[in-house]
Write a protein that binds this ligand. Structure first.
Ligand SMILES: [Zn+2]
Length: 209
């Protein structure tokens, strides 16, 4: 995907189509109940612009135009020809993750296992010696992996500071306690794959722990 050059409505809606397709897959897994969760994709790196799923919509039924564009603090950014839909309040954290990690896409879901694991292991979820760790870019053996857990907040700047302090550059995911999971990757498909693998790993940890 192109992330340089002028940001046109066409590019935003192309991104919106990818966001809708990936949202539908995650909603189908039961991780975007009600209107919860949001997905984003970097559509311009300098200045930073993200296409984000619009707020308050069923994530299983989005269309290409159900997309908002935000800047580095999650503020709405105008693009000619794109209706100014309300971005999720959580868009600021997506932008922070994209800026901090260089990720091209971010997934946020209220997956139940992430919430339960965050309750059980508030200092982080420890994992090692399981093949699925390869799915998040870590080693299947002799690699101590900690999925960080941060406290929840309604203030995205506070939450971003906590995420920045806790995140491990080798581990593309962070649990927000009593809330859900953020995961990221080079593109949306990769970010979804990380989400799927982390959720599996958390289910595994809860089952054996
Ligand atoms: Zn959330």
């Amino acid at each position: 995907m192109t992330v340089s050059g002028p940001l046109t409505a066409e590019r935003v809606f192309e991104s919106g189509a990818r966001l809708a397709a990936e949202s539908a897959k995650l909603a189908g897994l039961g991780w975007m109940r009600g209107t919860s969760g949001n997905l984003s994709e970097v559509v311009c790196r300098d200045p930073l612009r993200l296409a984000v799923t619009a707020s308050g919509l069923d994530k299983g039924e989005l269309s290409a135009s159900d997309v908002a564009v935000v800047g580095p603090a999650g503020e709405a950014a105008h693009v000619r020809g794109v209706a100014p839909l309300t971005p999720s309040a959580e868009a600021g954290l997506h932008a922070r993750v994209a800026d901090l990690t260089g990720a091209g896409a971010v997934v946020h879901v209220h997956a139940l296992n992430a919430v339960i694991a965050g309750d059980r292991w508030p200092k982080g979820v420890r994992l090692r010696d399981v093949e699925m760790l390869k799915g998040i870019g870590r080693l299947a053996h002799d690699d101590e992996v900690v999925i960080p857990v941060i406290r929840n907040s309604q203030d995205m700047a506070d939450l971003g500071d906590r995420l920045e302090a806790a995140h491990d550059p080798r581990t593309p995911a962070v649990i927000v306690a009593s809330h859900g999971l953020y995961a990221w990757g080079a593109d949306l498909v990769r970010a979804r794959h990380v989400t799927e693998c982390v959720e599996w790993l958390l289910a595994y940890a809860l089952a054996v722990g």
